[in-house]
Design a protein around this ligand. Structure first.
Ligand SMILES: *Cc1c(COP(=O)(O)O)cnc(C)c1O
Length: 375
């Protein structure tokens, strides 16, 4: 049997990794400024992370959510502590898309309404409900389009107010920073307006922090730069450094009811052990501050090339926008300079490095990037 061929693949086969370095099957070394799409938060194969997962696997690897799981309770306590949301509750699932679907479901249960406001260029995942909240016609099938979702422009508070006034809105969902749509930041004033509007109309404010959260921008969640508190925060990607894990933080206004949410694998022992080790490492190694400092350093030091249209982002979530297609640049970085980078659309190079990226590694990228631009 062959694979169902849905991914465009680079001609690289990683077999081993450590920190921000990856080696392929030919022994070639690569610098990783992509982090497997913002998933590798604390670096590849961190010894503390590997030890935590290995130890857990030797104790008990899996049981269902029909028994008490002290690791889930510990993880809830720890995420509450590090994020400042210790009065919220935690529901664990397996991915970003699942987290957004659970958030939408909870909002709809809570309000009894079924409309959702999302934003142009949004990305909230690939499963049926999550992709319906996503503004990308190439990945939304006719089946998904039946959800009652209205898209408005990011940073247009008046448009949100108009839609809310029409009634029936369960939730407004917005990314902490739009990632796949091209690193677009909601302004602090806009997030504050969303908070006021949701309060006025009784709609639930959902912040999708799947990509922008978990320390990447220098605060635990990107929206925390604006001072607002959403009703639900969704997480995924970096939460367990590559072991599949997602989750939502739920404000105290929600009433849990037995059976309203559920999952087979969500919150399993291995995911929790991985997620707890990630928090240990973020705290011990000061990775949130590092992400902000090294991100700022890269921004400042990027070449002042006329080909670069704009640089946007915060911390280690950076988009470098060009007027031209970036595929050749990215290929030169990968095949000539041996550096992994991401993209957003056709014209943007997107950097989503592990939060432990050092200045020396940033310098290696900057030098290579200069050379590739000059070539
Ligand atoms: C990646 C991503 C998702 C989807 O996460 P999956 O784990 O792939 O389901 C949702 N929202 C945002 C902002 C993302 O970047």
């Amino acid at each position: 049997m062959e694979l169902f061929d849905v991914y465009s693949l680079f001609n690289v086969t990683p077999v081993r990794a450590q920190g921000c370095t990856v080696w392929d099957d030919k022994g070639q070394e690569y610098l990783d400024l992509y982090g497997g799409h913002a998933v590798i938060s604390v670096g590849h194969c961190h010894p503390h992370y590997v030890a935590a997962l290995t130890e857990q696997l030797n104790k008990i690897g899996f049981y269902s959510n029909s028994v008490r799981n002290p690791l889930q309770e510990e993880l809830a306590r720890r995420i509450g502590e590090v994020s400042g949301y210790d009065d919220y509750t935690l529901f664990l699932d397996n991915s970003g898309a699942e987290s957004n679907e659970n958030a939408a479901k909870l909002a709809s249960f809570h309000t009894g309404k079924d409309r959702i406001i999302a934003f142009r260029r949004s990305f909230h995942g690939r499963t049926s409900g999550a992709v319906a909240l996503t503004d990308n016609p190439a990945i939304v099938s006719p089946f998904n389009a039946h959800h009652r979702v209205t898209f408005v422009d990011l940073n247009d508070g008046d448009a949100v107010a108009d839609e809310l006034a029409k009634g029936g809105v369960a939730a407004v969902i917005v990314e902490g920073i739009q990632g796949c749509g091209g690193i677009h930041l909601p302004s602090s004033g806009f997030l504050q307006a969303l908070r006021r509007l949701c309060d006025r109309y009784g709609a639930v404010l959902i912040l999708d922090e799947v990509q922008s959260g978990y320390g990447r921008t220098g605060k635990f969640f990107a929206h925390q730069w604006s001072g607002i508190r959403p009703d639900i925060i969704t997480m995924g990607k970096g939460i367990a450094n590559g072991f599949p894990c997602g989750g939502i933080l739920v404000s105290p206004m929600f009433q849990a009811r037995k059976g309203m949410l559920g999952t087979t694998f969500g919150g399993n022992y291995l995911a929790c052990a991985g997620a707890l080790a990630v928090l240990d490492i973020i705290e011990r190694e000061g990775l949130m501050a590092n992400a902000l400092a090294v991100g700022d350093y890269i921004r400042e030091a990027l070449p002042k090339s006329g080909r670069i249209k704009e640089v946007r982002g915060k911390g280690l979530m950076l988009g470098i926008e060009f007027d031209e297609r970036v595929a050749p640049l990215r290929e030169a970085l990968l095949y000539d300079k041996h550096i992994f980078t991401g993209v957003a659309g056709q014209n943007m190079i997107r950097l989503l490095a592990p939060l432990c990226l050092t200045r020396a590694e940033a310098d290696r990228f900057l030098e290579a990037f200069n050379e590739v631009l000059a070539a």
